[in-house]
Write a protein that binds this ligand. Structure first.
Ligand code: LLP
Length: 386
């Protein structure tokens, strides 16, 4: 929520900026943790969605672990206070340097995406005199029904190990001296709003798990990845995602053996709704056919609309003029830098402040300096409301 105090603070600050409603983040985390405990599932927050120190601290305070995509994320998670046994590491391209970082940190699990990677981890662990716990990331060929750029579990995607390679995986694991096989990992995509995708995933996981068990391999952990979507169209109506529905689908469909660890790794669902990109209208102009609001934020601050055709709610928070149609566009000289085409927003004047909603996930982390533009700074509600 954006309060009047927050707006009066924005009026004094340089824009664009990212603003985080920390009460909403804590509410989201508390509910998530409560439901994880109810269903006996272990949560790992995907740092890639937002790795700001205050966000990580809140995640940590709620007893949730970390999911990392790079060696640098592993280092950051550990430096931020996540216990290594609560850190997992996936990534299709782990370099030797990153593997060594994670081995030295003694993380809970490497989620391995190729047979070659297993062999490299084994070698590097041996050279350091360490043992590595690994799971294999399986490509289950499940369609996440989301944007193709954030679909990761189809057979044409680069992620994970295909079931046809399982025999060879077992041979390699048996031949490896420095590896403990712990279980299976999956992640089929992001911004998934159709819960039947998770049901289909669980059903496939049960079959895959059976295959391993029949070969006498103990599957101690099953990690279902992240992917739970949020409501970008009406974030005020659904500020907290459907964790209950999501975890219940897993609980009802995944066969879990006594003592087995089940993990999930949401990123977006935890942080998307608590973050806003706050920006000023630099100019308002009438084009040949349309009216344009030209913001001081651009695709360099929030790349999601330009990259994935993503829709974020765009709102003029300082005008109460009557609603009118505008193309609300960014400042970068690319036509894809459009936040909302033909959007209905309050009559806008130069200097009005806009909130672009649901920008907490994959917003600030993907902020870049294209055109040598400044990086947008972060502000937190805890500091504003004092
Ligand atoms: N686990 C793994 C192995 C992942 O690759 C990802 C995200 C997650 C967990 C967290 O997924 P989430 O719960 O956030 O959906 N930049 C894109 C999203 C890329 C997601 C990449 N992997 C976007 O802005 O939509």
């Amino acid at each position: 929520m954006i309060t009047k105090t927050a707006i009066s603070n924005f009026q004094k600050l340089e824009t664009p900026l990212f603003y985080y409603d920390m009460d909403l983040l804590r509410e989201t985390l508390s509910l998530f943790k409560k439901l994880l405990d109810k269903y006996g599932i272990v949560g790992h927050y995907a740092l890639k969605a937002n790795a700001n120190d205050r966000i990580l601290k809140a995640v940590l305070d709620h007893g949730i672990g970390a999911e990392c995509a790079t060696g640098n994320e592993v280092s950051l998670a550990v430096a931020s206070g996540f216990a290594p046994e609560n850190v997992v590491f996936a990534g299709v391209a782990k370099t030797d340097k990153e593997i060594v970082t994670a081995l030295k940190a003694d993380i809970a699990c490497f989620n391995c995406e190729s047979i070659q990677e297993i062999q490299v981890i084994d070698e590097l662990a041996g050279s350091l005199g360490k043992r590595a716990r690994i799971a294999i990331r399986v490509n289950p060929n499940v369609d996440a029904h989301t944007h193709k750029y954030i679909t990761t579990g189809l057979k044409e995607n680069k992620f994970g190990i295909s079931p046809w390679a399982f025999d060879e995986v077992l041979k390699v694991i048996k031949a490896s001296k420095n590896i403990d096989f712990t279980g299976l990992h999956f992640h089929v995509g992001s911004q998934i709003t159709d819960m039947s995708v998770f049901k289909e995933l669980c059903i496939k996981v049960n079959v895959i798990e059976n295959w391993f068990e029949e070969k006498g391999v103990n599957v101690k952990s099953i990690d279902l990845g992240g992917g739970l979507g949020v409501d970008y169209d009406d974030p005020d109506k659904h500020p907290v995602p459907t964790f209950e529905e999501y975890l219940k689908v897993i609980h009802d469909n995944l066969k879990v053996k006594p003592g087995q660890i089940v993990r999930v790794e949401p990123g977006r669902a935890v942080v998307a709704q608590c973050g806003y990109l706050i920006t000023r209208a630099t100019y308002v102009k009438n084009g040949m056919e349309k009216k344009f609001v030209i913001l001081d934020a651009g695709m360099n601050n929030l790349i999601r609309p330009a990259l994935y055709d993503a829709h974020h709610k765009v709102e003029n928070i300082t005008s109460d003029g009557k609603k009118s149609r505008y193309d609300v566009v960014g400042a970068v000289c690319e036509s894809s830098d459009t936040f909302a085409a033909n959007a209905l927003v309050n009559e806008t004047r130069r200097g009005d402040i806009f909130a672009i909603h649901s920008a907490g996930a994959y917003g600030q982390v993907m902020n870049m300096r294209y055109n040598q533009r400044d990086l947008a700074k972060a502000y937190y509600s805890d500091d504003f409301n004092k």
